[in-house]
Design a binder for this molecule. Sequence first.
Ligand code: ATR
Length: 284
Amino acid sequence: MITGLEKNKNNLLRAAVLGDPVAQSLSPKLHGFWLKHYQIHGEYTAIHTPPASLRDTLFRLRDAGFRGCNITVPHKEQALTWMDAVDASAARIGAVNTVRFVDGRMLGSNSDAPGFIANLTAATGDVTPFLHHAVVIGAGGAARAVVDGLVEAGAERITLINRTLTKAETIAAHYAPCGAVALEDDTEIRKALASAGLLVNTTTLGMQGIEPLALPLEYLPMHALVTDIVYKPLITPLLQQAAARGLRTVDGLGMLIHQAVPGFAAWFGVTPVPDEALRAWLLT
Ligand code: ATR
């Protein structure tokens, strides 16, 4: 039995995040901060949603008058199949992370790709100088969103490095500037790093309790930017290693924050401005 899905009371604007597991999600804390900051009569909750109840939960939220929801692991691909319409980014990536309920319709979008780029832009002022060659580690759902964002932002060349080469090749086949390399291919990895302007980790390696990614960062040029979408820990071993070499780094917390902006704006009617106070709050 899912609680909290009764019909709307007191014109409270409601949104939620659906995932399995969902307790680890920082989204309620993030949206809760903005709701308070902008003094909005709204609520954002986490709803634990096993795969078998995803469809039912989406329809119940819609019928209960929710403004919309976020979709997190492992449902982003499955949720797309129940949308009445999706935006171009969600269609290309094949995954939805933001849903709006409008006039009984479910509208899906994907803010991971623009959120990834917005974070880099906020950190550097202009990400373009780093996009002549982006090296992306991983070939899962997160990598697909990152590659989509990079291509939309004008990346001239992308090298996808993954343990399972066929998965990198599948993504590369959809994006013209993209090539694939196996994680065990030291020679090709060194070559790719030597001409990279941007290095991105999209794998879980380096996350708390998981072994770090071992890459020969000494091959990266000194102007290269290194970023990780892992944000627990905030400074991953990869970012530590890059900073120790004197390279510029961007942590992954900003991507989480920036991907949340379009959803908040659509559900609650105010476009929130990410700031240091929010980052500090999320790190408590
Ligand atoms: P997400 O949707 O978050 O991207 P995912 O689809 O499970 O998650 O993808 C996880 C990524 O981390 C994959 O690229 C995976 O490599 P494989 O495609 O070979 O599975 C990578 N990954 C996870 N554990 C890894 C490990 N121990 N060594 C190397 N790569 C790993």
